[in-house]
Ligand binder design. Sequence first.
Ligand SMILES: NC(=O)c1ccc[n+]([C@@H]2O[C@H](COP(=O)([O-])OP(=O)(O)OC[C@H]3O[C@@H](n4cnc5c(N)ncnc54)[C@H](O)[C@@H]3O)[C@@H](O)[C@H]2O)c1
Length: 446
Amino acid sequence: MTDTKPANVTGNIAPAKGKLGIMIPGMGAVATTFVAGVEAVRKGLASPIGSLTQMGTIRLGKRTDNNSPKIKDFVPLADLNDLVFAGWDPIPDDMYVAARKAGVLEKETLEQIRPFLESIQPMPAVFDQQYVKKLDGPNVKKGANKMELAEQVRQDIRNFKQSSGADRLVMIWCGSTEIFLTRGPAHETLESFEKAMVANDHSIAPSMIYAYAALKEGVPFANGAPNLTVDLPCMIQLSRDNKAPVCGKDFKTGQTLIKTILAPGFKARMLGMSGWFSTNILGNRDGEVLEDPESFKTKEESKLSVLEHILQPDVYPELYKDLYHKVRINYYPPRGDNKEGWDSIDIFGWMGYPMQIKVDFLCRDSILAAPIALDLVLFMDLAARTKELQGIGIQEWLSFYLKSPMTPAGLYPEHDLFIQSMKLKNTLRHISGENLITHLGLEYYD
Ligand SMILES: NC(=O)c1ccc[n+]([C@@H]2O[C@H](COP(=O)([O-])OP(=O)(O)OC[C@H]3O[C@@H](n4cnc5c(N)ncnc54)[C@H](O)[C@@H]3O)[C@@H](O)[C@H]2O)c1
C-alpha cells in the first residue's frame, strides 16, 4: 500500500474479501484469451499489459505532491488470485480446446496452463439459432419457454456460487453478436418482460435471458457485444432494484479504439472532416458471424455512433456536417483473429484545404479485448461494493471500455477516450473521498 488515504476511509466501499466468481456466456476467442491470460499472469508467465486495473496509476493531490499510487493499491479491487471462472457455450469444448481453436495464444503458453483451462467446461447454453444465424452447437438448454430457461440460468448461478465458494459474482457476455433488435413493448417493464418470456416472444434474445437471470440474482452484468441486452427500461429498473450494476456494451478495441483516440484530437484543433472510411478484414468466428447482415447491422450501429457524438456536427456544422462515415467488415479466413483495419480519413484545414490520413492497423482483436474484460469485471465488482454506485444502475464511468456507452434517457454518451479516462479516474477519487482533479493548475502560479 502507498501512504495515501485507504480507499474505504469514507466507509463507502466494502472490502474485496473472499473469491470473485466470473461467469461468462460465450467461451470463444475473447473469453479464452481473457481467462488464459489471467492464469498466465498468476503463474508469472505473462504481464497484464493493457489493463488499467493492474498497471495504471492515479494521481492524487497536486503535481508537486508526487503521489500516484497504482489503482489496485488505491481502491479495494479483487486480487487476480481470488478470481474463479465458469462459462456457458452451445459448443461443448472446454476452455483449453476452445482456446486452441480460437488460435489467439501460442500452443506453448496454453500447454503450461492446460489443466486449469480444461477444468472449465461449458454449461449448456441458452441458445437459439434465430438470433445468431451462422452458429450452431449441441450444448443447449431445453425448456418450455424463455422463463424456464432463465430459471435454469439462475440455478447455474447459485450452483456455481456454492461449488466455487465465491463470495461475489459478476457476469460478462463474451458471446456472439446477435441479430439487430430494437426496444419494443415487451421491454418496457419487468411485468411485460416476464410475461413475454413465458409467451416466448421473439423480441427476447438469449443474451437478455442471461442478463435477466444475473440481475435477478443481484449479479452485475457487463456486455462485450453490441447486442441490445440491457439497453432496456426493464433491465435498468431491475439493476437499480437489486443493486446489480450494468454498463454500456461492445468492447472498445481495434478500429474504434483508434477512432476515439484520433477524432477528439482533430476536433480539439478545429480541423474539419469530410469523410472517414473504415474497412476491416478478419477471419475468426466473430468475423464469420458478422457475415450475416442482421448481425452486422447490430455491429454497424455500434461502430457508427462514435464519430457523430465526438465531432458534434450540430455544434460545428462548418467542420463536420457533411461527414461521410462508412464502416465495412469482411470475413477473410486466412487472417484468423489477426485483423487488419484500414482507415482512410479525409480532413480539411486552414481555408478549407484538404488532406488525407491513412491508418493501417494490424491488430489482434482478442489481445486488445482481454484486458478490457478483466478491468470491467473488477470495476463492476467494485461498483457493487460501493454504496454510492451499487443502486444507480448504469455505471457511466466505465464508458472508457465500450463502443456504446450507456446513459440515462435524453443524455448523450461521451465517446472521447480522454474524457472517459478522466471520468473514470475522477469517479475512483470521488468514491474514495479524494479531491477531484480539474487540471486547472493556477495554484502553481500563486
Ligand atoms: N475481439 C474483440 O476485439 C471484440 C471487440 C468488441 C466486441 N467483441 C464481441 O465479443 C463477442 C465475442 O467475440 P469473440 O471474438 O470471442 O467471438 P467468438 O465467436 O470466438 O466467441 C463467441 C462465443 O459465443 C458463443 N455463443 C454464441 N451465442 C451464445 C449463447 N447464446 N450462449 C452462450 N454462448 C454463446 C459461441 O459459440 C462462441 O463460442 C462478439 O460478439 C464480438 O463481436 C469482440
